[in-house]
Every structure is written in structure tokens, then in C-alpha cells.
Design a protein around this ligand. Structure first.
Ligand code: AR6
Length: 489
């Protein structure tokens, strides 16, 4: 079941059913009830009268169904919300009953898409925030929710729209889903044009999800970037165990774990060598290449799940060590490790729900403080000046490279994320920078996904994404595992 929040007029929605905030008479009134009867016409009123004759109206908390007359939807489900009486008259329980009874009627009538107004929050004066929390809570706990494909909350006023968005975006499971889908969508947008030059893409920019091209894959196919990201998340679902993570990487390569269509069609050199070492039984954190030439973007592209795993970790030393170990399975050189570290620390700031520029500055401060007592090679640290000392977003495009070199990928990913103000704009820019298109867009898409949220990812891109149901299922398992760990701490 997908939950969407939209701002607008519920009478215009073409869904299986819209919900009416009616009164016990069922004969129409003001607010959304008035709008539905006005637009829907006499047919709805006639059916309501029939119901009245049979059962004498509709009690508060209950629901009845009619067809939708002249409205674009097929049905209207009328429910009667409670009038707010300072919480003294079981209003919360009655509002819960409204949502529950509507959902039950929807399932009984094989309704797959349904739109709710913000019941009781108008003329009946129910506090909006409390009403939104009740609505979300009931649908989350509804036993047959998987029988409904989509629930849309239609907010008429700005205040309700903001309240609903805040609830959805603040939800941890939603953020996990936003990040992992954001990464995979970016990856899949880049796959058909991987290795194309920037000049070529300036002439022929990618604006949509394409098929075939470089790797001859069907539309919506993601690459090793997403595969290894999912392998890491999959392993973290059972706890933090480097051996298990490394084993999953081998399973991907040799047993098609988390491949989009059962085959590995792209793999980096360093990752291939590391997987060979893992197979020989070496300690996981010693499997990755340690030479300067081993600084490809192959660990950065798959590190995102650590942002979620480390969400409650306050100690930056622990964060560094975990990022170092997980990167080192395939990429052990300081530059690759430190790039992953910057990405994870920035991701943790983004996860707080603050503005992306403020989050960027916080990341710079946190890493600056972390470096104070470290004796890292100064030449290496200097390589990160553009990101840590300056503002990477201010550099002109000509200074932003998008090769498979980890430092290029990190700079390009941050640059796209910071300079475009939509998910779509950021990932398309990342693809159109050319060369390592899938990885630049995956790195951008992971951050942009968390920041703008799953609902901001164009639906047409999610629709064509390979194994989207499996990814959704992984996100649910991963976030509930992390929620359990959080409550046990
Ligand atoms: N589309 C979506 N939402 C709307 C629309 C619309 N066209 N019009 C209003 N809303 P209310 P209640 C929102 O007052 O509080 C009637 O007289 C509105 O901004 O319609 O449950 C009935 O007959 C608010 O957020 O319903 C009852 O007597 C939400 O819908 C009484 O009002 C509900 O506001 C029910 O009061």
C-alpha cells in the first residue's frame, strides 16, 4: 500500500472511492460534504435517502457507501466524524472508528484506491495534528491494508498539508525507503548511458528512464551500485557482522543475490579482486585494495545503509571505524574510506530533517572537529579541501568531474544534490554529467531521496524499477530491525 499526500479538491480525484465527512442525516451540509453533493448531483442524495429510510441515517464513527454520481470516482464512502468537545466525548476513539469503518467498507467493495479528506478538522473543529496522527495510525495498523493499493490524503488547507507531510517525512521507515529507492532510481537512470561523455549528453540529455543502451538492459534496471547497497542492507537486517556483509557480496557475484534480473552485468575491478580475496577466506576488512590506484567509487556507491544503521550513534569515532571497516571490504585506501565517511556524516545530518545547506555546514564542523586530534596524512586531507574547507556547490561545472574515481564521485554527488532543488533535477543532472553516470546518480539519489522523500520521486520511475516490490519489502525489514534495536537501547 502506498500513502500519498496531495493538496487540492477531493471532488476532482479519479480514484475508486472518495470519502465524505458527512453528518448523521446524510443529507449534505457545508465543507467537503457540500462540495461532494453539489458536484456529484442528485444520484448521491437519492442513495443517501434510501440508506436513511432503511437504517435512519449514519451514526458518528460509522460509514456507508454510495455510487459517485457525476464525480470522477466510482464510489463515495460517507462517514460521520465526531464534533470536537475538548476530548471529553470519546472523540479520538470515534475518529479511529471512522477511518477503520471506511477502510473495512473499501476492502468489502474491492476498492483499490481511496482518497480521504481530513475528517472532522473543519466545521467539527477536531485538532488537526491529533486527527492526522489518528488517521495515519489507523491505516498503518489496518489488518487488510495490503488489499488496498493506494491511500491519498487530500488536504484542502496549507496547515493540514504541512502536518501530514511532517508526519510522513519524520517517519523512519519512510526515510529508509526514500533513501534506498532514491539511490536505485538514480542508478537505473544512469545505466543506459554509462560511459557517455558530458559533451554527448549535453546534446542528448537524459530526461526519462531509458531502456537498453550501454549494457543492453531493459528499462528500470539498476546496477552493481544498488545490488551491493541492497546486499549490505540485507546483511544489516540480521545485525552488524562484517563477515556476513562480505559473504553477501560473494553471494551477489556468484549466486545472483540482489541482481535485478539474475545476472551480474557490471562490476568494478577493485570489487572483483576483493570478492576473490573474500572467497579465499581472508578477514573481510583486509580484502579491499589499499593502494592509491584502488580509489574507485565502489564502496562509496553502496555505503548508504550505514547512514540508517548509525542513526543513533553519537560517537563520531565509532562512526568512522564502522564506515572504515565496511568500506575496507572492497576499498581500504584512506581516500575511499574518508569519502564514505564524509557521505555518511552528511547523510546523518540530512536524516535529522534540517535544511541541506545547514546539514552540509554541520557535516563540515563535525568532521573538522574529528580531525583535530588525528594524525592522518596531511596530503590526503588536503584533497578534501573543496568539500570540507570550501563550499563544493559553488564550483563551476567545468571543475566537477564525474569519473569512477571516488573523490570525483563524491564531489559530483554533493554538487548535484546541493545545486538542484528537486529529486528529479538533482539525479538527472548527475546522469547528464556523463561518464560514471549510474554511480554519480546513485550517490546523488541516495541523499536526495532521504531529503525530498519517496513521494517526491516521480511515480513513473518507481513503476518501472526492477524488483520494486522486493526492494519495498527489504526497506520494511531493514527499518523494523533498526526500530527494534532503537527501542532496545
Ligand atoms: N476537498 C478536500 N477537502 C476539503 C474540501 C474539498 N473540496 N472542502 C473542505 N475540505 P469539513 P468536518 C476539508 O468542515 O469538520 C459538513 O457540514 C476541510 O478543509 O468539511 O468533518 C457536514 O455535513 C477540512 O480539512 O468536515 C458535517 O455537518 C476537512 O475537509 C460537518 O461539515 C473537513 O472539513 C463535518 O465537519
Amino acid at each position: 500500500m502506498i500513502v500519498e499526500i496531495v493538496k487540492g479538491d477531493i471532488t476532482e480525484l479519479k480514484v475508486d472511492a472518495i470519502v465524505n465527512a458527512a453528518n448523521t442525516s446524510l443529507l449534505g451540509g457545508g465543507g467537503v460534504d457540500g462540495a461532494i453533493h453539489r458536484k456529484g448531483g442528485k444520484a448521491i442524495l437519492d442513495e443517501c435517502v434510501q440508506i436513511r429510510n432503511k437504517q435512519g441515517g449514519c451514526k458518528t464513527g460509522e460509514a456507508v457507501i454510495t455510487t459517485a454520481g457525476n464525480l470522477p470516482s466510482k464510489y463515495v464512502i460517507h462517514t460521520v466524524g465526531p464534533v470536537w468537545n475538548n476530548g471529553k466525548s470519546r472523540e479520538e476513539a470515534l475518529l479511529q472508528d471512522c477511518y477503520l469503518n471506511v477502510l473495512q467498507l473499501a476492502v468489502d467493495n474491492d476498492i483499490k484506491t481511496i482518497a480521504f479528506p481530513n475528517i472532522s478538522t473543519g466545521i467539527y473543529k477536531f485538532p488537526k495534528e491529533l486527527a492526522a496522527e489518528i488517521a495515519m495510525d489507523v491505516i498503518e495498523r489496518f489488518e487488510y491494508k495490503e488489499q488496498i493499493e493506494k491511500i491519498i490524503f487530500v488536504c484542502f488547507d496549507d496547515e493540514n498539508f504541512k502536518i501530514y507531510n511532517d508526519i510522513v517525512k519524520g517517519d523512519f521507515a519512510y526515510r529508509v525507503k526514500s533513501g534506498l529507492f532514491g539511490l536505485a532510481v538514480g542508478d537505473a537512470l544512469g545505466v543506459p548511458v554509462e560511459f557517455e561523455s558530458r559533451a554527448y549528453l549535453k546534446e542528448n540529455p537524459v530526461t526519462e528512464m531509458l531502456s537498453f543502451g550501454t549494457h543492453n538492459q531493459p528499462i528500470g534496471t539498476w546496477s552493481d551500485d544498488s545490488s551491493l547497497t541492497f546486499c549490505l542492507a540485507e546483511s544489516l537486517c540480521t545485525g552488524y557482522d562484517l563477515n556476513d556483509i562480505a559473504k553477501n557480496f560473494v553471494k551477489w557475484y556468484s549466486a545472483q543475490l540482489w541482481t535485478p534480473h539474475g545476472e551480474v552485468f557490471d562490476i568494478g575491478i577493485a570489487t572483483r579482486n576483493a570478492i576473490h580475496n573474500i572467497g579465499k577466506g581472508e578477514q573481510p576488512e583486509l580484502c579491499g585494495g589499499q593502494e592509491e590506484k584502488d580509489n574507485g567509487n565502489g564502496s562509496l556507491m553502496r555505503i548508504l545503509p550505514l547512514v540508517f544503521y548509525l542513526q543513533n550513534e553519537k560517537d563520531i569515532e565509532v562512526i568512522y571505524q564502522k564506515v572504515k571497516d565496511v568500506s575496507s571490504i572492497t576499498h581500504a585506501h584512506f581516500r575511499a574510506v574518508f569519502s564514505c565517511f564524509i557521505y555518511v556524516v552528511y547523510g546523518l545530518e540530512i536524516l535529522k530533517g534540517i535544511d541541506k545547506v545547514e546539514a552540509y555546514q554541520n557535516m563540515q564542523k563535525r568532521i573538522g572537529a574529528f580531525l583535530m586530534d588525528k594524525k592522518f596524512d596531511a596530503v590526503e586531507i588536503k584533497l578534501f579541501d573543496r568539500i570540507l574547507k570550501n563550499d563544493i556547490s559553488k564550483y563551476p561545472e567545468i571543475n566537477i568531474h564525474s569519473s569512477g574515481y571516488v573523490l570525483d564521485s563524491l564531489q559530483a554527488g554533493l554538487w548535484c544534490f546541493l545545486n538542484w532543488n528537486t529529486f528529479e533535477g538533482a539525479v538527472l543532472k548527475a546522469v547528464n554529467l556523463g561518464e560514471d553516470t549510474d554511480t554519480t546518480a546513485a550517490i546523488t539519489g541516495g541523499l536526495a531521496g532521504i531529503y525530498y522523500g519517496f513521494n517526491a520521486i516521480p511515480e513513473k520511475w518507481i513503476d518501472v524499477l526492477a524488483r520494486k516490490n522486493n526492494i519495498n519489502d527489504l526497506c520494511k525489514r531493514f527499518s523494523s530491525k533498526l526500530k527494534i534495536e532503537k527501542s532496545e537501547k
